[in-house]
Ligand binder design. Structure first.
Ligand SMILES: Cc1ncc(COP(=O)(O)O)c(C=O)c1O
Length: 552
């Protein structure tokens, strides 16, 4: 009997190991350990242009291009960069984002020469304007908040403020607009109760806390690479100084993960970020990790919907709470969010970003049996959740406007044929890029795009600077995430697409995508790995000194 139990335990442990993705992203502890071993080193000027072993004439073309671009940046973004420089030392966020725009070996040199500013002054249509008066096509989407265009949100905030002005910042009691918001959110989500929070991260925290409370189980399951905010339990890998002990990170879209859900007894909930459908098992693509051209993305709606259906089945059978984290994709993919888009219903859904009409918010909707924070039969056993600014009148006012406008024909019509429109736009741009023999391609999940690269290169991260010079505003993660608002007209899009194409042409002409047969993604990785070993040895050995790469 004891032996049988032991064997069963071993089998369940083995199933867990088999359900981990083979990448470092799938192994949070190992990833954190690996990250702590990576030594700092950076390229000196000569190595900067030849990190892939390109011949001297190619390096010279790159240097000329780089300095030309630096002159363009210095002139065009002068005021914006100056003000950014003035405060950068005192703003941790700016220091972090400017350091992590490109791979660290290149970062110092880039920061000294290509000063990307972090200020904008106004927005209109699909553009933002910086302090130098540059009007840039906005591809940042404001982290996904901007679904309907900035003017839409300005109106939500203005009209919403008018509605609640009489009450002002009174907290605790609700402004009457909240009643409509609650009704609409329950209709949209198809769920029974709602709670308001101040950020998406908090809404996710509350969902998981409630799932643990009601199931009496400890662990949450998230899928490899998925982002759910920056709370420790949902960010168990690099970025979190502590290991998350009650989190399982499993392979997305994989039978082995379903086996774990079927057999373990400690799983309270499964968190799904449907954005992962674009790149299952891979973290949100940022240009600072663009070592080579290994970035891959591809969206298959039916395959992901089938996966969600199976997940739904297993969760229902095992009493596991299925949580859709729609903070990014809710209201963007379809009026009913990912639940409608993929045709699968969750037990709890989180919303955020866009739903408060441009003001900060997190929303959790759920079935009543999972949302309740107390037990009828055990009054002292509660699940606590508060937040000073929850349901702030101004947030509720802007949300009210958002939800009213959301019902209008003008907004509803934006969803008609949405995927067809954006898939066609991506396809056409890909055809143009291929015809021009440029190594750049687009993968998209509706209006959420990622750029990937089809020829091995060490310099793809430079593309973000060419795009900025071409008048496109990107978020700090660069080409990994382009977010379009639904109000991009054909003419707006044609402008943005032309700029993407001309930026790629320029980058190619200036030698960055030089290639030869020996240059492969594998050879690039091997080279970088060798550099790291060399840098680590040099920094620990009393005799060590290497000329290239340079150690700081
Ligand atoms: C899917 C998802 N969940 C949670 C969050 C966290 O939301 P917030 O940044 O409002 O805390 C984000 C933010 O990007 C997100 O995309």
């Amino acid at each position: 009997m004891a032996l049988a139990m032991l064997l069963r335990k071993l089998q369940i442990r083995l199933q867990l190991s088999l359900a981990k993705h083979r990448s470092l992203t799938g192994h949070s502890r190992m990833a954190r350990r690996f990250a702590s071993l990576v030594p700092f080193y950076e390229y000196d000027e000569s190595h900067f242009f030849r990190a892939d072993g390109a011949p001297e004439e190619v390096a010279a073309a790159r240097r000329t291009g780089f300095m030309r671009l630096a002159a363009v940046f210095a002139e065009r973004f002068k005021k914006t960069a100056e003000l950014t420089g003035e405060i950068a030392d005192g703003v941790s966020d700016l220091q972090f984002t400017s350091r992590y725009r490109v791979p660290f070996q290149f970062s110092g040199f880039v920061r000294r020469h290509l000063k990307a500013g972090s200020f904008v002054e106004s927005s209109s249509g699909v553009t933002v304007t910086d302090l130098d008066g540059n009007r840039l096509y906005d591809l940042t989407g404001s982290y996904g908040v901007n679904v309907f265009g900035y003017d839409f949100y300005k109106e939500c905030i203005e009209r919403g403020s008018e509605r609640v002005r009489g009450l002002g910042p009174v907290l605790g009691a609700y402004h009457p607009v909240t009643a409509y918001n609650v009704r609409r959110l329950l209709e949209i989500s198809g769920l029974e109760e709602v709670s308001f929070h101040m950020s998406g991260t908090e809404a996710v925290m509350q969902a998981v806390r409630l799932a643990r409370y009601h199931t009496g189980r400890t662990h949450l399951v998230r899928f490899c690479g998925a982002y759910h905010g920056w709370w420790g339990d949902v960010q168990p890998g690099v970025g979190n100084p502590l290991a998350a002990r009650e989190t399982y990170t499993l392979k997305d879209m994989d039978e082995a993960s379903l086996r774990v859900l079927r057999n373990r007894r400690d799983i309270a909930c499964v968190l799904v970020n449907p954005l992962q459908a674009l790149h299952p098992n891979v973290s949100a693509p940022g240009d600072s990790t663009l070592l080579d051209s290994g970035r891959k993305a591809h969206f298959d709606r039916e395959a992901y919907a089938a996966w969600l259906r199976r997940l739904r089945e297993v969760c229902s059978a095992r009493g596991i709470v299925l949580i859709f984290d729609e903070i990014f994709v809710g209201f963007r993919l379809a009026p009913g969010g990912a639940q409608e888009y993929f045709g699968v219903r969750a037990d709890m859904v989180t919303y955020g970003k866009t739903v408060a009409g441009g003001l900060p918010v997190g929303v959790l909707c759920g079935l009543a049996r999972f949302m309740r924070r107390f037990r009828e039969d055990r009054p002292a056993d509660i699940c606590f959740a508060r937040g000073t600014f929850n349901a702030h009148p101004y947030v509720m006012g802007a949300m009210h406007e958002f939800l009213l406008r959301f019902e209008t024909e003008a907004v509803r019509s934006l969803y008609r044929g949405l995927d067809d429109i954006w898939n066609a736009r991506a396809r056409l741009l890909n055809e143009r890029l291929a015809a021009a023999q440029l190594p750049v391609r687009i993968a998209n999940l509706s209006t959420i795009w990622t750029i990937y690269y089809v020829a091995p290169s060490r310099y793809n991260w430079m593309f973000q600077y060419y795009l900025r010079a071409a008048g496109l505003a990107l978020s700090w993660v660069g080409t990994g995430r382009l977010i379009f608002s639904l109000n991009y007209t054909e003419a707006d899009f044609a402008q943005a697409a032309d700029r993407i194409l001309s930026a790629a042409r320029e980058m190619q002409q200036e030698g960055w995508w030089w290639t030869e047969t020996q240059l492969t993604n594998k050879s690039i990785k091997r080279r970088v790995f060798r550099e790291m070993i060399q840098a680590r040895w040099a920094s620990t050995s009393p005799m060590g000194s290497i000329s290239s790469p340079r150690i700081k």
